[in-house]
Design a protein around this ligand. Sequence first.
Ligand SMILES: [Zn+2]
Length: 487
Amino acid sequence: MPKEDYLVTIGLEVHCQLRTASKMFCGCPVRYGDDPNTLTCPVCLGLPGALPVLNAGAIEATLLAGLLLGCSSPPLVKWDRKSYFYPDMPKNYQTTQFDLPLCLGGSVPLYDTAYPKDWQKKIRRPNHAIGLTRIHLEEDVGKSTHHPNHSTLDFNRAGTPLMELVSEPEIESPEEAVAYLLSLRQILIYGDLSDADMEKGQLRCDVNISLRPHHQSQLGAKIELKNLNSISAIRRAIHHEIDRQSSELDRGIPQIQSTRRWDDERGETALMRTKEDAHDYRYLPCPDLLPLHTADLLAAARLRVPELPHQKRARFVASCGLTEYDAGVLASEKAWADYFEAAATGATKPKSIANWIINDLLSALHAASLPFSQNPVSASHLRELASLVDNGTINGAQAKEVFAELFTNGSSPAAIVQAKGLEQVSDSAFLDDIITQVLQANPDAVAKIRAGNDKAINALKGQVMKLSQGKANPKVVGDLLESRLNA
Ligand SMILES: [Zn+2]
């Protein structure tokens, strides 16, 4: 049967590296790019007898994530050992949380701007939220690198605080999975909890997918895809897995619980191992760490709750007069929203500022391959540019020229206008002369307009603009033309 005849159920497990100064159970710094194995100590190397000490900042950050996502937190939490062997984790267990995690319940709202662009008009469940099962805190492992004849290990990353957010199996499509991850990323960045940069591995995602026929209430076998590290990989891998599983089910091949690896180049998944349940990991309470009362850290986290993306969006609509769409775009990146607020403060028309950012600045940055952090246009310069247009000093075409200059050399808009002699001309005596020339040179057009063809006026307007070398105020030209033609 066609794949549409199967119900698709998706759950996501997201690992997020918290932005803390030191590691989860020792004082080693958390940093990237240092020489291998220079940020280590007996604790994060897992040497026998070394004792862990909890990082209160990482716990508070996880509790804050829970508050942002509407979770509850048990009054008492504890740490457990998850037993397994990996060369990059020589203790043979990972310190994590099993039955008493820091956060329970809650949900992740699916923001419309977080869906893939080609899907934003096809959103099946607008304003939907996906339930969270839990958020727990654990330690990251080291990093193995495989060479042709040997492997190397770097323990600089070992022990970095890692927050794991587990969703309920409520996601219904690859596009919802993308929206879930990007909405979650927005919220984590708003909370200042992580840079959540997927390219740097700060946000990693495992996806569970199962298919079942519409008439079957029990979920199908869960297939887990490990370590998907880009948004496009997540979307393509889930589409591939839906196709693969539905075609196997069609041919009577039952699916069994298993873990698969996504090969991004080949565009397909391959089996890694079958069946893996919690009991395989022999969780046991960590004897080195006492259970922890969360009340004090939770109270501290409460003081740090920021305005969230959807709240900012609503405020931009209500108090700055932006459209839902523009407000949504600006709120989708905290850096954009902060810049908009800085530029719009004291501006006569915040809407003009939003237009400049969305229509001009973001595309100029994209064309120049610059990240927003290297934006050469200061917020006050953008406000100045917008006000030069709004108060009639320069027209729209001239403003684009000023913007281009602003983007490349960064001097003030007023100085650029002066240096280039760009001020638009609204002086009616000067414009009247040009209009007289244009009307005399185009008797046919004048006759058409007087006969009721209003559109012909645009051609005349264009000629006046051209004769003024683009300096005329288009609105004044329009008004003058109309009054001359109606005389
Ligand atoms: Zn250490």
